[in-house]
Write a protein that binds this ligand. Structure first.
Ligand SMILES: Nc1nc2c(ncn2[C@@H]2O[C@H](COP(=O)(O)OP(=O)(O)OP(=O)(O)O)[C@@H](O)[C@H]2O)c(=O)[nH]1
Ligand SMILES: [Mg+2]
Length: 391
């Protein structure tokens, strides 16, 4: 499957940059393309120049709101970013339209951080304009939710996240939810290393996108996972993850005749990798709530057999009993067995409900505070009424 990726704001642009990087890897290691074009859009000029993999020209690194934001961002005011996106939408669409392989794109993927200003405010507006223009292509969002410490210290964080999620959900065909906090559970130093977090965010897409683009028959699975399977799986709130299980470096010779032990070892490794994928999903959710799911087993051909694929399917069915499950196998990896999982059409996402509820409180407390401020300002004016003005 080939995606056209558009990053909005700093977080979104950095993630689009990470997608451009895995495309380079796919081209270098596998001779295939999985990204037709990667673009970064920002109101902040300095952030655009800090990217590494997105082409360094004004068509790929697009500055918007030059007059309103002066090239310095919108300082977390996502309403202003929405207004700017509406005004500059044509500039962005003109740029992506000129992608040489534009018509090879199977879908659009727009990425942004929910808590900032530019990405948070512009992702739904741009999704709307692109969808209106290219009605036949699916359009997905990837939205990054803030770290806990950001939620505690800044009221706008919750408000922006809630407004961004609500607006995106009314436009995009599916939304990949990514929780920054999940990536620092095991390694707190990651909080300061966003590049590393971004690499972890895009990694589960690698095999899923590559599998259907393979040209060499020896790398084409018996059950090929293609763009059609992925598009059929993606709907509404969605999470993604992958898990890896290392393969033994040497297989003892007596083992090859011991088919049963070989097979049970492979099943064990497969389940272990799927367990890791499900517990390391991009966002905390209960798989029981998903109505659609997909898994891809990538491993060397000799590690792949129908029993493992079947066992993995049964295991996922036990976790997500109501889901329609699609699957594929991809005989590619060398030293490990890799399982990628997507859970989609999630019917219950606690954290989103929490954002919505808290944002409503923020709105009423902001209104109350605004009233208090206005009252105090009026009071100062009252005191000044007998003082002559120079104007
Ligand atoms: N995973 C990840 N999160 C990021 C990255 N950059 C920023 N964030 C998160 O995104 C949110 C802030 O959004 P930004 O993308 O910086 O804001 P912006 O869209 O540029 O908007 P303004 O700067 O206000 O104009 C915070 O929750 C950050 O933790 C990144 O490269 N990777
Ligand atoms: Mg910014």
């Amino acid at each position: 499957m080939k995606l056209l990726v558009l990053g909005l704001g700093q977080c979104g642009s950095n993630i689009a940059d990470a997608f451009a990087r895995i495309n380079r890897r796919a081209r270098g290691q596998r001779g295939i393309e999985i990204i037709t074009g990667a673009y970064a859009v920002n109101t902040d000029l300095a952030d655009l120049s800090g990217l590494h993999n997105i082409k360094a020209d004004y068509r790929h690194r697009i500055l918007i709101g030059g007059r309103k934001a002066g090239g310095h961002g919108v300082g977390k005011i996502n309403e202003l970013a929405a207004e700017i996106a509406r005004e500059d939408a044509d500039k962005i669409i003109d740029a992506i339209r000129q992608t040489p392989k534009f018509f090879e794109s199977d879908a659009f993927l727009l990425c942004a951080g929910a808590a900032g200003g530019t990405g948070s405010g512009s992702i739904s507006i741009m999704s709307h304009f692109i969808k209106e223009r290219y009605i036949d292509k699916p359009l997905y969002n990837l939205i990054v939710l803030p770290f806990e410490h950001e939620e505690r210290t800044e009221e706008r964080t919750i408000y922006n996240s809630a407004t961004c999620l609500k607006s995106a959900n009314s436009i995009a065909d599916a939304i990949f939810l990514v929780d920054n906090q999940r990536y620092i559970r095991k390694n707190a130093t990651l909080r300061t290393n966003l590049t590393q977090i971004n690499a972890l965010i895009v990694e589960p897409f690698y095999n899923i996108l590559c599998a259907g683009e393979e040209k060499k028959s020896k790398y084409v699975g018996t059950r090929l996972l293609d763009a059609g399977d992925i598009i059929q799986t993606l709907l509404g709130w969605t999470v993604i993850g992958y898990g890896r299980s290392p393969l033994p470096v040497f297989k003892l010779p007596f083992r090859s005749s011991d088919g049963f032990r070989d097979k049970s070892g492979e099943i064990h490794r497969g389940i272990e990798a799927m367990d890791a994928a499900v517990s390391e999903l991009s966002f905390a959710c209960d798989p029981v709530d998903s109505a659609r799911a997909l898994y891809l087993l990538s491993a060397p051909t000799k590690e792949m057999n129908l029993t493992v694929i079947k066992e993995l399917g049964e295991y996922l069915k036990s976790l997500a009993p109501d889901a329609i499950i699609r699957n594929g196998d991809y005989p590619r990896e060398k030293s490990h067995l890799d399982v990628s999982v997507i859970l989609s059409e999630l019917r219950n996402v606690e954290k989103i409900k929490k954002y919505y509820a808290e944002a409503a409180n923020v709105v009423s407390s902001v209104k109350k505070r605004q009233k208090e401020i206005e009252g105090k300002l009026k009071e100062i004016d009252e005191y000044s009424k007998d003082v002559p003005s120079l104007l």
